[in-house]
Design a protein. Structure first.
Length: 160
């Protein structure tokens, strides 16, 4: 039987809110605001989970982890990712690679790329060389450019 390859794309956006920690890719980033959300609002892991679920044609994170469910209130997104990876294993898929782009005017994320990359690789139990993390700005345009929000895109390749 021939190898099956699947591509998935994920997107997530959260606005900034005072009084919360900024968590991206399972890493706490020093900043005066965090991201608003029902869980820890880790937009990197949320976009990654949506990409994984999309590649498997398994819906989205809102379907699997509804924000109306108190069980997910303030939960670490790494725990949700573990459940998505469980679905992936049950369906016999393997993550080939992931490419993540964070869209944010601030904070500057380049000093944290390696830590985020290591964290995501560890959470996914995959070599760091198969995880790409980078950031860009929107040149002060829109909510991300005005420093009001963070957006993240993720693309994954799965095989089975």
């Amino acid at each position: 039987m021939a190898q099956e390859l699947r591509i998935g794309h994920g997107f997530d956006v959260h606005r900034f809110r005072r009084g919360r920690k900024l968590i991206l890719g399972g890493v706490e980033i020093p900043y005066d605001k965090g991201l608003a959300g029902h869980s820890d609002a880790d937009a990197v892991l949320h976009a990654l989970m949506d990409a994984l679920l999309g590649a498997m044609a398994e819906g989205d994170i809102g379907t699997h982890f509804p924000d109306r469910d108190p069980a997910y209130k303030d939960i670490a997104s790494g725990k949700l990712l573990a459940q998505v990876l469980g679905i992936m294993r049950r369906k016999r898929f393997k993550l080939v690679n992931a490419d993540v782009t964070v869209v944010a005017e601030r904070p500057k994320l380049s000093p944290y790329y390696l830590r985020i990359r290591k964290s995501v690789a560890a959470l996914c139990n995959i070599a760091e060389s198969r995880i790409s993390v980078k950031a860009t700005t929107t040149e002060k345009l829109g909510w991300t450019g005005q420093g009001k929000a963070v957006a993240v895109t993720a693309v994954v390749l799965l095989s089975r």
